[in-house]
Design a protein around this ligand. Sequence first.
Ligand SMILES: [Fe+2]
Length: 238
Amino acid sequence: MVDIHSHILPMVDDGARSWEVAIEMVKIAERDGTTHMVATPHANYEYKYDRESHTKLLAELQGKVGDGIKLILGCDFHFSFDNIEDAVAHPTRYAIGDTRYMLIELSDFSIAPQMPNMIYSLTSKGLVPILTHPERNPILQNKPEKVREWAEMGVLVQVTASAFVGKWGRGVQKLAHWYAEQGLLHVIASDAHSLNHRNPVLSEARKIIAKTYGEDLARAVSETNPMAIVTNQHLPEM
Ligand SMILES: [Fe+2]
């Protein structure tokens, strides 16, 4: 499996608190069957994103965990005007590895009416935004249909794996399934922050998706689609 969203870099944001935790998070993922893992430190008002220092830290982490799992740098990109301006000026700065794909995370408190323009400012630069965990966004919880409009503009949808497992409550779990039922689920990811509650396990969600919707969708959202993303390919037809 391929995990495109995780906070495994030690002591850079609210993810891994130490090297020990960072290494163990990667080991948990590896034992769970993950072969590629994208470290996505935040770029928001609280945490500054420094691609160069993150790259060095990731190489150090890769050295410590060995070659059983491939680590790639990405970004948990807060979708604010300032950030978008910087991404437009530097289209590779926040991407997943050397690809054209990048995560975008919306504010919990407001969604700008100019959302379509903001999306277009990235897609017109050749970037493919991947919307992270809409099932956990309080505003989108009341209007998930918005996500369909954005998907029609080329935005991909990433749902949190543990949402399918029920770790975020019944309402979030139902919404996770809504995205799957509506054909709006492109990829699951862990968004792991720690060893416990928010851990880097994908296999439980994969099993639930396989049982509910069949093996094809389970494979697409946990293997083939995220693999296409990290290798900069088009997503296979779903
Ligand atoms: Fe995240």
